[in-house]
Each structure stands twice: as C-alpha cells, then as structure tokens.
Design a protein around this ligand. Structure first.
Ligand SMILES: Cc1ncc(COP(=O)(O)O)c(C=O)c1O
Length: 433
C-alpha cells in the first residue's frame, strides 16, 4: 500500500526492526508508531529539524505538523532558544540545587499569567496534572476527580482513563467523566457525584480527544457549577497555553478562571517542562510540613536549568511575537475552512476540527452532517483503522502528523499549507482507489 514510502525509508525500517526487539510495541510512547504498523509499515526515524520541516534518517523531508507534540510554536531549532540552552550547558547543565533561571522564569510566567499566584515546576506535563489533582483532593478532603471523555492529561494513574472510544475502561481509582460541551452530561455527573468531587480537570480546547473548542460558554457554565459546589476547577493548558495568544486561553479567550492550571509544551519550546499552579491557599498545601498537606512535588529533573533557560528564551521570543499570534491563528482557521470545504466536495467521511493553529483530521465511519461538537460524538463515529491508513498515506505525501495532523508554528509558510491540502486530497483519493 505504501510502496513509495517503504522504498524510500530503508534505514528507518532497519531501526524499527531493532526497536521492536527492545520496546513494547517498538516505542516508548504508545502513539509514536504513528499508526504505521496498521498500514504494514513503520514510522520514519527523524534525524533533523528546521523551522516547520523535519528530515528522516534516509534524507526524506516532511512538513512537520506534529511539532514535538505541539511544543514547537517557534519552529525547530529557533536560534535564540538554541543559544540559551547552549550557554546554560557551558555553565553546567544540572545541579539539583536551586538555580537563578528558575526564579527568573517563575517571575516572568507569573507576570504573564497572574492566575499563577504560586507554582511549581516538573519535568513533564503528566506529573503536573497528577500533582494538581492531588492538591484538589487535599484541599477539598474529597477523593473523586472528574474529567472529559477523550481528555488526555498524561500517563499518570489519576487521569489515564476514558481517552478512546468506547470510553469503557475502568479508572484506576476515583475517576468519573462527562462529555465536553454537553451540559446535560455535565449536569448528570454533578447530580450523581457533585458532593464527592474534589476537582474537575479540562483542557479549554480538547486536544487528543478531537480538537474541540468550547461552545456556548461551556467553560463559564462549568466554572459556575463547580464554584457553587466547592469543586476545584483545573484547566490543563499544556497544549493551549501560549498556543493561541501570549498567555493562557481558558480565562482570556473563553471567559472562565480556574482555581489551578497546568502548563508545559510551548511554554518551554521543546524542553521537558510541566507547571502546576494557581490559588495561593491551595498551592500552600504543597510546601513541606504544611498543615493538612501530604507529599506534593519532587523530581530529580524538576526545574532543570536547561529547561528554565529555554523557557526564558521562549518567553522573550513569544513576547516579541505577541501580535503575530493573530496571523498564525488566522492561518490555521482559514486552512481548516478550506480543508472542510474540500472534504465536503469529495464527499469524504473525514472532518477537520480545531482552533487557531491547531487542526485535527478525523476519519469517521460516515460523512458527517454539521460540525463535530463533542468528544462523545467523535468517539461514536471514529474509524480507527481508516485513521491509521489515512495518516500512512499522508506520510507518503511528505506530511507528518498525528491525530490526523497537528499544529502550525510561526515558521510554517503558506506553501506548507498548500502542500498539506494537496497531500490530504491525494491521501483521501488513494484510500478510496
Ligand atoms: C493536554 C495535555 N495534558 C498533559 C499532557 C502530558 O504531558 P507530558 O507528555 O509532558 O507528560 C499532554 C501531552 O500530550 C497533553 O496534551
């Protein structure tokens, strides 16, 4: 099926053969096979990136939409970020003792995101959502956590459930879920469990669960309903933070302020980072010896100097580009509009969702009438096998992505957008012939 791709990626094939003998499923993150084994193939092994493009070990070039799981809003190899990292390497790359860049980065984050009255840094987003949830439990003295169907908050035990259709996996412990944008589903969960819920965690724009922005002031409603029941509201802004504007999205774009929030990805331009923070009275429970607290925090690599240095450089660069977010968001919005027009003309059972620079393309079991509005709706219609095949064909077209595509960076060009549209058109045609 992917004859052309397979014949051009011999070195990747050899590496994949070795990898499957070492790692379960051949990878250290389940999605990093990019669905290629379902196409009888393997993922490309990437050796270099520049701007919005990457090259594999065989020298093939791809337009990169994956952008390190949406982290690289400045593109691969940004010179300012690169220099900040190498300057810090010269000074010593990790001490595991407090360092100055940590304080500077914290000060600057707080200036941009005043909701972070107090914060902590981790090495991953998964840790930061885990600690945010732990703090909600400690603060409210309740055990249960709510999340959205399809919501991916990292691989920690507290939140790794109900991510994929049919959302039937049992939570490891004390978890329930509801369908985003669906007030009835939220009301039902609150009616059943409202008294026991410590916190509800949501991404302002659902990421892995389908690229779904809030509709009809859903976040405002969620804020009101959680506040009236003393349930802590946690916004997971690990994808959305610094993605659509210089700062967070939930409060400024969608009108609702959380009690706690998490950041990661774009906030440190590709270096390993998680941030959790928010209300001072809640965060106080993280301090050693705090009354009513338990152990919150840790991590040999938390507030790593290289990450802190990169984060400072990212904030400097993004501050300079503050106004350019408008252009980037428009580029994504108009791309999605044209994409959906094209898919409709082709009568293809695929749909593009997203917000601003983020676009997901989902292969469904039937042609959809009207827009996709909730992760529950996506779960019921998602065609896993065809999705993998679609992505395999996209790879053959030189377009690299997951969840059907990914995110634009400030370095992507209009030409990249045109080539992606042509690539998608070819991929859909190749699938049906
Ligand atoms: C919304 C969201 N939260 C949390 C995480 C987990 O972050 P990490 O992969 O850094 O552990 C991710 C990662 O994809 C994410 O998209």
């Amino acid at each position: 099926m992917l004859e052309d791709y397979n014949s051009r990626t011999k070195k990747s094939k050899a590496l994949w053969k070795r990898a499957v003998t070492l790692f379960p499923g051949g990878v250290s993150h389940n999605i990093r096979d990019f669905g290629m084994p379902s196409c009888g193939s393997y993922p490309p092994y990437i050796s270099r990136g520049q701007g919005g493009h990457i090259w594999d070990v065989d020298g093939n070039e791809y337009i990169d939409w994956w952008m390190t799981h949406y982290s690289l809003i400045l593109g691969h190899n940004d010179p300012v970020v690169k220099k900040a990292i190498s300057d810090q390497v010269e000074a010593g790359h990790h001490f595991r003792i407090p360092n100055e860049p940590q304080v500077k980065y914290g000060e600057q984050l707080k200036e941009v995101v005043p909701l972070l009255e107090k914060m902590r840094f981790t090495a991953t987003g998964s840790e930061s959502t885990m600690y945010a949830v732990r703090l909600a439990r400690l603060f409210t003295k309740r055990k249960l956590i709510g999340k959205t169907l399809g919501g991916w908050h990292g691989g920690n035990d507290a939140l790794t459930y109900h991510m994929g259709h049919p959302y039937s996996d049992a939570p490891f412990y004390n978890g329930v879920s509801f369908d985003y944008n669906n007030r009835e589903s939220l009301d039902e969960m609150l009616k059943k469990h409202g008294k026991d819920l410590a916190g509800i965690i949501v991404e302002p724009v659902i990421g892995a669960g389908g690229g779904i922005p809030p509709e009809d002031d859903f976040l405002v409603y969620l804020r009101e309903e959680t506040a009236s029941r003393d349930i802590l509201l946690i916004f997971d802004e690990i994808i959305t933070g610094f993605r659509f504007r210089f700062g967070t999205a939930g409060d400024k774009l969608f009108g609702a302020e959380p009690d706690l929030l998490t950041l990661g990805k774009a906030a440190a331009g590709g270096m390993p980072l998680g941030v959790y923070g928010g209300r001072e009275d809640v965060m106080a429970l993280a301090a050693a010896g705090a009354e009513g607290g338990r152990w919150v925090g840790g991590g040999t690599f938390s507030s790593h100097p290289l990450t802190m240095a990169a984060g400072l450089a990212v904030l400097k660069r993004l501050r300079e580009k503050k106004k350019e977010y408008v252009r980037l968001n428009k580029m994504g919005d108009s791309f999605r509009e044209r994409l959906n027009e094209m898919l409709q003309e082709m009568n293809a059972p695929l749909t593009g969702t997203g917000y601003g620079s983020i676009t997901f393309v989902s292969h469904l079991t039937k042609v959809l009438e009207g827009p996709l509005k909730t992760p529950g709706q996506l779960g019921a219609l998602f065609d896993h096998d065809k999705q993998d095949i679609f992505q395999g064909y996209l790879m053959q077209e030189g377009v690299f992505g997951y969840h059907g595509l990914g995110a634009l960076s400030f370095t992507h060009s209009e030409e990249d957008v045109e080539k992606t549209l042509a690539g998608i058109s070819n991929a859909v045609r190749n699938m049906t012939c």
